[in-house]
Design a protein around this ligand. Structure first.
Ligand SMILES: NC(=O)c1ccc[n+]([C@@H]2O[C@H](COP(=O)([O-])OP(=O)(O)OC[C@H]3O[C@@H](n4cnc5c(N)ncnc54)[C@H](OP(=O)(O)O)[C@@H]3O)[C@@H](O)[C@H]2O)c1
Length: 275
């Protein structure tokens, strides 16, 4: 039995579909069962994952857990309960910033979660995704309303990863042998600038979109200098990456046997959000 936390989210919803299609018994954990669009046959556990009672109901009889720290409010308490209840393997969603920018706010927090998984007494697999393609959903309101992508700065080229590919790697790690003690850095297959992503969305929706960058480089430097630690080091604006990426990596293809999905594929899969 596999327990999927964050089951209504970008990765979790795709993972539930993929595992269910391959016939693996699983439970989906959510705070709101009405929002959980899970396929029939999937057991849904509703409750607050920060409550021990919810965790016990979810993990009882399970042997593997897919863990999104943000969805459960932390890594260590969940894994402690999991170990007590006999869970043997955790697949943890971390961040590639743990590797590329370990001193950044997100990199430090991701590394702490990883360490807690590694110290948990369970077998572990770490997933380190780069920026998600789904971050560009933050652009949907101004695309729909004004035909514009409005961002504070133009950002760097970035190989955004399709959440379904993170799910595909997780599905392999949860259901095959050979993934214990493995760390998987995950990216999409090509680096695109925000302007190029805007063009990809424009092509998919069939209309022109404006790209409006509203700070000069000088203004941005001042904002970064005055910003708190995490903003200054990352300037994390949804869909706009300010951090130099590692470039496109081949891990998705190596683990799943299929090429990583393109950003254009993600837009195709989610085009209704921009219409
Ligand atoms: N976005 C990126 O670019 C990026 C890059 C690298 C790593 N990551 C990591 O990927 C993970 C996010 O994955 P995801 O996008 O699949 O997750 P998500 O869709 O943001 O959220 C997953 C689920 O967590 C629950 N949740 C969301 N916000 C919450 C909150 N404030 N408090 C409690 N529960 C909350 C919701 O489930 P219910 O309401 O159904 O309970 C939600 O469906 C994070 O660990 C993040 O650090 C993200």
């Amino acid at each position: 039995m596999i327990v999927v936390t964050g089951a209504t989210g970008n990765i979790g919803a795709a993972l539930v579909r993929q595992l269910n299609a391959s016939g693996v018994p699983l439970r989906a954990l959510t705070r709101d069962a009405n929002r959980a669009q899970v396929p029939s046959g999937v057991e849904v556990i509703e409750g607050d994952p920060q409550h021990t009672e919810t965790l016990k109901r979810s993990l009882d009889g399970a042997d593997r857990i897919f863990l999104i720290p943000q969805a459960v409010g932390g890594t260590a308490p969940v894994l402690e309960t999991a170990r007590h209840l006999g869970v043997r393997h955790v697949v943890l969603v971390s961040s590639l910033l743990a590797q590329t920018h370990p001193e950044s706010f997100i990199g430090r927090s991701a590394r702490k979660n990883e360490q807690e998984a590694q110290d948990s007494g369970l077998a572990w697999t770490l997933l380190r995704p780069w920026e998600f393609a789904s971050n560009t959903l933050a652009w949907a309101p101004t695309i729909r309303g004004e035909g514009t992508v409005r961002v504070p700065f133009s950002g760097l080229p970035s190989p955004a990863v399709h959440p379904s590919d993170i799910a595909a790697v997780a599905a392999r790690a949860l259901s095959e042998e050979g993934h214990h003690t493995q760390t998987y850095p995950l990216t999409g297959p090509q680096s695109l600038t925000p302007r190029e992503k805007t063009q990809a969305i424009a092509t998919a929706v069939g209309r022109e979109l404006r790209f409006d960058e509203y700070h000069s480089p000088q203004e941005l430097r001042r904002i970064a200098d005055e910003a708190p630690d995490h903003t200054a080091q990352g300037l994390m604006v949804p869909g706009v990456c300010a951090l130099e990426s590692p470039g496109a990596l081949s891990t998705v293809q190596t683990v799943t046997g299929s090429p990583a999905r393109t950003f254009q594929q993600w837009v195709h899969d989610n085009s209704e959000a921009f219409n």
